[in-house]
Write a protein that binds this ligand. Sequence first.
Ligand SMILES: C[S@@+](CC[C@H](N)C(=O)[O-])C[C@H]1O[C@@H](n2cnc3c(N)ncnc32)[C@H](O)[C@@H]1O
Length: 348
Amino acid sequence: MATERDITLSQADYLRILIHGTTAFELLRTGLELELFERLETDGGLDVPGVATALGVPEQPARVLLLGLAGLRLIELREGRYVNTELVRAKLLRAAPRYLGALIDVQDRVINAAMGELSEAVRKGTNVGLRHIDGPGSTLYERLGAHPELQHVFYANMGDASRKSIGQFLDAYDLSDARRVLDLGGGDGSNSIALATRYPGLEATVFDQGSVVELAAQRLSDPDLRRRIRFHAGDLFTGELPGGHDIILVFHIFEIWSLERNVELLRRCRAALAEGGRCLVYNFVSDDAGTGPLSAGFLSAYFLTLASGEGMAYSAADMERAVLAAGFTRAERHDGFGFSHALVVGHR
Ligand SMILES: C[S@@+](CC[C@H](N)C(=O)[O-])C[C@H]1O[C@@H](n2cnc3c(N)ncnc32)[C@H](O)[C@@H]1O
């Protein structure tokens, strides 16, 4: 059902946004890069000459930019001055509660060039888009190790998404009896930090590639968290998974790999857990029918074309089947999360 916050488009305009998607994205990104939205907010709205002066650009291109952004319904004209819409105030101002700058940055700097290779990736069934980022390895994660600046851009967005998803996880799933958590492919440590902060008795080990655990370790300044969060550099498939943990987190990892490789990884998790241990698989999902949501469709194309060439946003039903195929005695499915997430818990 449409709400006041929904934007209604004609089919023709919907198609225009699809076809001119690159232009739409660049209008938005340019608005951010030139700090147009920030200036409109602090100045309480501006006319064309005012925007040109504030941004230090000629009047004609300022007019072009304003026209494009108004067409996209990001700004609107009120009493002769352009002002931000509610959508911009909620998501595109730096001080906004859910500022999307990190997502727009990673799309721009890491993802978009590679996505031009989607058709070839579909034909070949592999991540041909990775040729846009040079370096060793066959996944984006390995290649980013050779590009510290891009790696930083990637984890700024990943951490942002994970801080949102871990919040709703902690509200829904009780881990008060957990003692030692292994955070597989733990990235910048956002999930372990949130868990250790919520549960003062909990210890966590962030397991990831060497360059990533270094980055994660640098984020820890609190002495108590530094004592309770450890780091382990290793490979998910060839390295030994450290034992002695009662919980293993597989957070935003299942999307990366084929279902076969996921079963292999989950078998390794099962072997590393003691009797009674739990493996928590939590990530972006598609619906069981394979019809959406939109975010799952976009993410899946990214995993195919760039990230790994073999994963996608699977359904929660796929996750359940993989957990059981890996030998866990019971798979407990939790739906109803926001942000297109689901959780499947494998009980050892
Ligand atoms: C999508 S990120 C998820 C990060 C974190 N779990 C989160 O939810 O924010 C995937 C992580 O898996 C790590 N990774 C990918 N392949 C790996 C491998 N073969 N061995 C170790 N870590 C790997 C990457 O370095 C990256 O940090």
